[in-house]
Design a protein. Structure first.
Length: 107
């Protein structure tokens, strides 16, 4: 879980936005590298391109399947989680816990 250093709500919102943009940029960079590696793998495998130097000769089907899975999980965590657990959901949960605490205080 990411911790933010500020107590001001605007500063926290700004830090959260910067962190989110950083995560999206990292994902797109990883996706670009993956696409390049996938094109090289397909060219090497199906067109018989003679790529026999170190990082490329070790790219095989297993590595590409694992890498595809990792990219898919990253994309789901980054984009799908936002759709399911958006800010309205967070506000409802906070309100629910606050109401629960109020009820338990007076009992």
């Amino acid at each position: 879980m990411r911790r933010f250093n500020s107590t001001n709500s605007q500063d926290i919102a700004l830090e959260m936005a910067k962190y989110r943009v950083h995560k999206i940029r990292r994902f797109y960079t990883h996706l670009l590298i993956y696409i390049i590696a996938l094109m090289v793998y397909l060219t090497k495998t199906y067109l018989g391109a003679p790529f026999n130097f170190w990082p490329i000769r070790d790219i095989n089907e297993t590595i590409m399947w694992i890498w595809t899975f990792i990219i898919a999980v990253q994309g789901i965590r980054l984009f799908f989680r936002e759709k399911v657990f958006d800010t309205a959901w967070e506000q409802r949960k906070v309100q629910e816990y606050m109401n629960h605490d109020k009820q338990n205080k007076w009992e």
